[in-house]
Design a protein around this ligand. Structure first.
Ligand code: SF4
Length: 364
């Protein structure tokens, strides 16, 4: 595992988010033996200890040294909101008093024991976001900073404490653009996907990008085996630019070339996210163009209802965005299927607590 570059966050150094080699350097700097690193790593991720007193494999003196000179807690649960559909939204406080949110979403498929088959945690990667997608509540918060790898992994560890069954899937779709915090996100992925930690499998880990082309190319070159999702939302350069200013920097043609390059390198299918807006991207021409794009390589398309962000008081273009009617939504799905596209509906879980897609804005 690579040693991640870190953003400076005030306070003692974090223990979470570090690979074993990184912890080995830390142990040596503390005047300890290298092998202690693996013990610390296991105590955090395998045994999931939450206080230094519980690191019983370590001598008392080392536990005290770690407590004095390092930090075990990377995020603290501030509030947990419960939706009627079983979704939980977590508000976390960070070490510098900034806040981020995660959402734990149960799947609609229920197992024999009455528990949902999948439990998906949508994690944040930045405090705020500067990409300005018009439909997104997070965009109203300016980017304050990147999250550290520890703050990303700890969202998982803390949320897990609120679920009797293991979290099965992780999606990097919360606050922030994961590609703009690539090193810390991938350091967190390495820990989450490490078989030793038994946290989550790579095939159940998805990184969603608004279309940061260099990040897609880097994932391809590194042959990353997590899943890639791309927020497409429009099939013409003009509409995409209106919805997502990032499209001016990386136009649709360049984005599609990067996605094809990713597929050539990894042979992994790609998911397109497509929010339906009334009169903007929900017509017959959109169906045809989307189907043409989707058929260029193995893909699936997640069609997503637009969720109200009125609580952020949107203005201008954003204020005029409206959800497609349920009838038109169904028509769009049917037409895409007729065109041979693999289509899924991304559900509106947690909408009553502003936890649905695009609604994370620290409204709690
Ligand atoms: S959709 Fe994602 S990338 Fe776009 S503004 Fe929101 S958080 Fe940022």
């Amino acid at each position: 595992m690579a040693v991640a570059k870190r953003d400076i966050v005030a306070g003692p150094p974090e223990l979470k988010g570090r690979s074993v080699p990184d912890l080995e350097v830390m142990m040596l700097n503390l005047g300890e033996k290298k092998y202690r690193a693996q013990q610390v790593y296991d105590a955090i991720y395998v045994e999931r200890r939450s206080t230094f007193d519980e690191f019983t494999v370590l001598p008392q003196a080392l536990r005290e040294k770690l407590a004095a000179e390092t930090r075990l807690e990377s995020v603290r649960v501030d509030t947990v909101q419960h939706s009627d559909d079983g979704t939980k939204k977590f508000l976390f406080t960070l070490h510098d008093d900034r806040k981020v949110e995660s959402v734990l979403i149960p799947s609609e498929l229920i197992e024999d024991d009455g528990h949902p088959r999948r439990r998906t945690l949508c994690v944040s990667t930045q405090v705020g976001c500067n990409l300005g997608c018009q439909f997104c509540a997070t965009a109203t918060l300016k980017l304050a900073r990147n999250l550290t790898a520890g703050e990303i992994v700890d969202q998982f560890l803390q949320a897990q404490l609120y679920s009797t069954k293991p979290i099965t899937n992780v999606v990097f779709m919360g606050m922030g653009e994961p590609m703009n915090n690539y090193d810390n996100v991938m350091a967190a992925v390495d820990i989450l996907n490490d078989q030793r930690t038994k946290m989550v499998a790579p095939r159940r880990t998805t990184l969603s990008t608004a279309g940061v082309v260099p990040g897609i190319i880097r994932m391809a070159d590194e042959k990353r085996i997590i899943k890639l999702a791309v927020s497409l939302h429009a099939t013409t350069q003009g509409v995409r630019e209106q919805l997502m200013p990032i499209a001016k920097k990386w136009p649709l043609t360049e984005l599609m070339e990067a996605i094809e390059y990713y597929y050539q390198k990894t042979r992994k299918s790609v998911t397109y996210e497509y929010i339906l807006f009334e009169g903007l991207n929900d017509g017959e021409d959109d169906v045809k163009r989307l189907a043409r794009l989707a058929r260029r390589l193995p893909t699936k398309v997640n069609v997503i209802p637009f969720h109200d962000i009125d609580f952020t008081h949107p203005q201008g273009f954003a204020a005029d965005l409206r959800p497609t009617s349920p009838q038109k939504f169904q028509w769009f799905l049917d037409r895409l299927r007729e065109e041979g596209v693999q289509v899924f509906i991304r559900s509106s879980s947690g909408q009553d607590i502003d936890a649905a897609c695009g609604q994370l804005a620290l409204s709690a």
